[in-house]
Design a binder for this molecule. Structure first.
Ligand code: COI
Length: 361
């Protein structure tokens, strides 16, 4: 039984012309490359049947456990094409570690870092022609794992499917990098102490959708959640972590507390902050402190970050009663500087002094 992700080529890949048309304007999360990685776990045999084969729909029994109890986790990372045509991943080991943590929380089997990296690197090598070149195009990679046992009972699944798909991507937000308006959710929370907030599991995102819709209904692109116990402490956005720049030269982000996703971009930004003379601070920050800071201008910039969105300026925080515009509503210098610094490393334009990049081919 192979321990590696062997390639079974897609005999009907998209034509060069189709691929070129997609690469010209990929959007985000709309198109996928010709192959996907899969592996199966069973309680008795562990992980087996590793392969990178043709991209295809799953055949799933209607009684598959994931469809009923949402036992599922996922990851998001990107591959970047550098000027010399080489292709690189950004801190993929961090995603492997987080997926293992998410697996433990969701009572799913851990996939080893070796398998995680092998599945991704084999997929990227196989579909290298799909990795965009130029601009901020990237190859967004989505590893995930779900309960595939056919069984209607509430217990950890004894059959689990791992899969990794990927596709070319541009900006996460339809309008590109523009300040986004954020809706403060007062009706809903996404996580609570002891819950699954720190895990990257579909249920957290499902729980955020009604609030996300509320945000859209109020003309906002994203929703901000506070904590589940007191509804006081800022946690995170529907799909991103949040940061505040202050006149004291601090870069504040909510401390993790077990309810916030431990973002790879979040960690990278904290590290890069010092290079810009900012003091990274992880602590609890209340929504009232944020409103006061915007009001008295001691908060000069707010931005959101995540793998998909990179770093995106926040223009305003909104509630049913008020619009709190951050500074003059335009992207701040640290937001833009940090974004550029991160992208320069990812695209090989700046020295990777911390060894964050991993070459695929
Ligand atoms: C990512 O940033 O990669 C995520 O998985 C978040 C999702 C909102 C796209």
């Amino acid at each position: 039984m192979s321990r590696q992700f062997d390639v079974r080529p897609n005999t009907r890949p998209r034509s060069d012309a189709d691929r070129a048309a997609i690469l010209a304007d990929p959007g985000f999360g709309q198109y996928f490359s010709d192959h996907m990685a899969t592996a199966t776990w069973t309680k008795d045999a562990g992980w087996h049947d590793r392969e990178v084969g043709p991209y295809r729909p799953f055949e799933l029994d209607p009684a598959a456990a994931v469809l009923h109890y949402a036992q599922e986790i996922f990851e998001g990372l990107k591959a970047y094409r550098h000027a010399d045509n080489s292709i690189w991943l950004f801190r993929p080991e961090k995603n492997a570690e987080r997926m293992a943590r998410s697996a433990r929380r969701l009572a799913l089997p851990e996939l080893s870092t070796e398998d995680f990296l092998d599945s991704i690197e084999t997929l990227v090598r196989t579909d290298h022609a799909w990795v965009p070149s130029g601009g901020e195009g990237n190859f967004y990679i989505r590893p995930f794992m779900f309960a595939s046992e056919t069984f209607l009972g509430v217990r950890p699944s004894q059959t689990v499917t791992y899969c990794c798909i990927a596709g070319p991507a541009g900006s996460y937000f339809a309008n590109g990098v523009q300040p986004v308006d954020i809706w403060l959710s007062t009706n809903y929370v996404r996580s609570a102490p002891g819950g699954t907030g720190a895990a990257k599991t579909g249920g957290n995102y499902a729980a955020s959708l009604v609030a996300q819709q509320e945000a859209y209904d109020h003309g906002c692109e994203q929703v901000l959640f506070t904590d589940g116990a007191e509804r006081k402490w800022v946690e995170e956005l529907g799909g991103m972590n949040i940061y505040f720049v202050t006149t004291d030269g601090e870069l504040i982000t909510p401390s993790l507390e077990g309810t916030i996703l431990e973002g790879v971009t979040r960690d990278s930004v904290l590290t890069l902050a010092a290079d810009r003379g900012l003091k990274p601070v992880e602590r609890r920050i209340s929504i009232d402190e944020v409103f006061d800071g915007i009001g008295d201008k001691s908060i000069t910039e707010i931005f959101a970050c995540g793998t998909a969105a990179v770093i995106n300026p926040v223009g305003s925080l909104r509630t049913a009663d008020a619009v709190h515009t951050v500074a003059d509503g335009h992207p701040g210098e640290h937001t833009e500087g940090l974004r550029q610094a991160l992208l320069d490393i990812q695209y090989g334009r700046a020295e990777d002094s911390r060894g964050w990049l991993r070459k695929v081919c």
